[in-house]
Design a protein around this ligand. Sequence first.
Ligand code: FAE
Length: 558
Amino acid sequence: MSNKNKSTHAHFSRRTFLGLSALSTASALGLTTVSLGTPGQAQASWFSRPWLAQPHKPEPIASHYSAIVVGSGYGGAVAALRLGEAGVDTLMLEMGMLWNQPASDGNVFCKMSSPDGRAMWFRDRTEAPLDRIFGLDLVNRNIEHYPGVLDRLNYPNMSVYLGRGVGGGSLVNGGMAVVPRRDLLERILPDVSTAEMYQHYFPKASAMLGVNSASRALLDSRYYRFTRVGQRTAERAGFRMVDVPGVYDFDYMLREARGQAPQSGLDQEVIYGNNAGKQTLDKNYLPAALGTGHVTLRAMTRVTGIRTDANGTYYLALETIDVNGTVTETREISCQQLFLAAGCVGTTELLLRARETGTLPELNDQIGLGWGNNGNFMAARGNRLLDYTGARQSGFPISGIDNWDDPRNPAFVEIAPLPTGFETWASLYLAITDNPERGHFSYDRAQDKAILHWAAHQSRPSYEMTTAVLDRINDANRTDYRRGLFAGNRFYADNFTYHPLGGCLLGKATDDRGGVRGYQNLFVIDGSLLPGNVGVNPFLTITALAERNMHHILKGSN
Ligand code: FAE
């Protein structure tokens, strides 16, 4: 390593460390606002959690910033870091909580097997994707009404799962970090240089996010028996398997497996958060952003409206809430540059509302269009007696069936865990299919929210493409589908997605670096730019595209 690189690395690490300290100090104090304006000193405002009983005392934030980033998921985290590095005075707003303070049980997050208020965003009962075991309603539980980490937005025929909190989807996702096929990226983003993406931005995003792969020792452990069975049964049918990299620290997981470290990914922690092991955005991009000294982060604050004036200044209407969901403060703040990273639903809703209520009247008719579920489809098979999948399973998939080159039924079918704690003999699959169907959002004035339009028949191609693979596996293994895991006694679920994409497509609602058409200095920087399907799990593509767009935006080029 050259001296220059060494010192950049040391500087970056120190800044990241300062940012990490600020995040954990703020969290330990129960704060909603964190900054490193003066390194090491956090601005503070209190919120209460039932387990912690902190007083609520919101501290003021400034009334104007050079830049505001709405949302702290992948797109937002990249934007905040690169703005902070460029010395731009930036405020990041996040409607969910800052999560790294242990509650009274000693854990930040709860387990899937014993969910409480921390699990879901203001619900009285959990709404897990798999809602039954052996046909019995054993999964969902009544919980306290609390700003928990997973949200499920229910629209007709399609529900969308989302992460809520500082770190967005990184807090709840399965960590699978897959580079998309080059031919697919060229097809869906024709104006983006794929050479630039593959040579520069995918490696950069992977390095920042800590992408790594499971070792043979881990695959051979009891916790990945479900994967070995999934591979064996697929290979009997002649399918090609591919490894699936991820952002869970697999060295840590191996230590979990050997009893050398507290268990998280191996002990029922995934969709309601991980207490160890997973490299979420609050461990990499976000502390690095705070560490620049130019970024302030405010949690529990939702942006409800956007307007602009003749000078091109943007004004955001904000609502700060407490843990009961009660609005404790409403105000307006302004900025010169606005970056929308509220996720595919959040960003599209903000822009649709602004267009339909006339506060940003120049927005074009492309806002709300081009939504897709990444072809998501979940299904289960039963296995023969000797192909038992294991009572204790890792929550993090590491292998998939690559059938994308099948011209009639292109699908990437990941072998998903079913970590129930007892033997089920079931193999579960999360498929990403090349479903060409697209939905759209409209603004419902009475409810003041965006509504997703997706007809039941639009999920049919995903059904065909997935069952083409699983039928062959069943034939080769003389097995059948497994019912009793999904509602309606079906062997599959086609009515929810983990991978919502689109709504503000790159090159249509925006220019080719995310600048919203009709306005200056207004950018979309999250999954709503991607046209409905990337053929693999999407966060690595969202992060790499955000890196590419921020580079061009800050350079003032295309
Ligand atoms: P996102 O991460 O959703 O962040 C948006 C943030 O904005 C959230 O924190 C919101 O709370 C916040 N927000 C929204 N509206 C507002 C507002 N009005 N004011 C203030 N804040 C707001 O967006 N992807 C993979 O690649 N691999 C996986 O293994 C994987 N597994 C998944 C499992 C689950 C259960 C879920 C839910 C998702 C999974 N995903 C996975 C999808 C991935 O997490 C998702 O594509 C990204 O998180 C989207 O990134 P964005 O930056 O678009």
